[in-house]
Design a protein around this ligand. Structure first.
Ligand code: PMP
Length: 359
């Protein structure tokens, strides 16, 4: 098998065990005489897969009964609009923390529909960073406070979360299930699947059940969290295959020991890579140290020409997807849950060799 080391920011590398299981089941799913891609979402085979996916998420996050797990579509981007539509009442203000490109997109959408207060803004800071959580001043009576737990492009991550009075809403697209956390700090968590959960096509939403009551009667049924909660995410045809893959990927994570086990592995991978960056005067980390992301490691080389050469040469050595986001340039190594530790070692070896030849 000639698999490369895939540093792509998303869709991203998946556990090989999950891919192989899907391959084995693809043409005929467990004696059903058909593929999982072909069967009714109301049939008993799919129902078991769907419910396993929900249960795996509940187990991995240790979810209390008063939280619901929803599978939705439209990516995290659809949630940028659905959150204000569902959680912000007429005339109410929603607090947002602008930490970079993704938070900024969520803010733009929320502004289209009503009032937003920007509690802090680090979007254009260089090196990239999160704000100091202890200095934040929230709006009294705000509908909710929105954060982006990991900025995929900037390579920054909240280490401890702000504690506003209003329900905390977090875009965890790029770090869900990568580290332990107390879900009860949040009113709503959402994540596109294509980094840490499975393939693209499904969006995970975890919502405190009382919050689904906030949507006004004018909100279309399909856009209400309440609809999806009451119908176990089967109001309309769900992205069955993506949910099936999510079930396999979360099963893989449970077998590995769950979130605590993967967090340790993630920490080790990231620490090794940051140590290699810090040990060199050629490479320079893009983020302030205390906010560095364990998922997206961003760094620069002395010149853009060298960065271009770095990406080009790396790709000939099976190290692919290292080009930074087009809006910021530089190098980005995305090392999500399923990214193997050996790939980090291979990248570090390549970095040392590249520096010797070009430094
Ligand atoms: N939020 C974050 C933090 C992301 O990294 C991304 C995708 N890279 C998105 C939102 C948008 O996700 P989607 O393309 O699934 O809508």
């Amino acid at each position: 098998m000639a698999r490369i080391y895939n540093f792509s920011a998303g869709p991203a590398v998946l556990p090989v065990a999950a891919l192989q299981e899907a391959q084995a089941d693809l043409v005929e799913y467990q004696g059903s005489g058909m593929s999982i891609l072909e069967m009714s979402h109301r049939g008993k085979e799919y129902e078991a897969v769907h419910n396993e996916a929900v249960e795996n998420i509940r187990k991995l996050l240790n979810l209390p009964e008063n939280y619901a797990v929803l599978f939705m579509t439209g990516g995290a981007t659809a949630q940028f609009a659905l959150i204000p539509m569902n959680l912000r009442g007429e005339g109410q203000i929603a607090d947002y923390i602008n930490t970079g490109a993704w938070a900024s997109k969520a803010i733009k959408e929320a502004k289209l529909l009503g009032q937003v207060n920007i509690v802090a803004n680090t979007e254009h800071e260089c090196p990239t960073r999160m704000p100091d959580a202890s200095t934040l001043k929230f709006t009294p009576g705000a509908a909710y406070t929105h954060i982006t737990s990991n900025e995929t492009i900037a390579g920054t991550q909240w280490r401890s979360f702000p504690r506003p009075e209003s329900p905390l809403v977090a875009d965890m697209s790029s770090d869900i299930l990568s580290r332990p956390m107390d879900v009860t700090q949040f009113g709503l968590i959402y994540a596109g699947a294509q980094k840490n959960l499975g393939p693209a096509g499904v969006t995970l939403v975890i919502i405190r059940k009382d919050l689904v009551e906030r949507a006004s009667g004018k909100c279309p049924m399909i856009f209400r969290y309440k609809t999806h909660m009451e119908e176990n995410s089967l109001h309309n045809t769900p992205p069955c295959f993506s949910i099936y893959m999510l079930a396999l990927c979360t099963r893989w994570l449970l077998n590995l020991g769950g979130v605590d086990a993967i967090a340790k592995i993630n920490r080790e991978k990231a620490e090794k890579l940051y140590a290699a960056i810090d040990a060199s005067s050629f490479y320079k980390g893009a983020a302030v140290k205390e906010f560095r992301s364990d998922m997206n490691v961003t760094f620069r080389l002395p010149t853009e020409a060298q960065e271009e050469l770095f990406v080009k040469e790396a790709s000939t050595q099976k190290l692919k997807g290292l080009k930074g986001h087009r809006s910021v340039g530089g190098i980005r190594a995305s090392i999500y849950n399923a990214f193997p530790a050996a790939g980090v070692d291979a990248l570090i070896a390549f970095m040392k060799d590249f520096e010797k030849r070009n430094g």
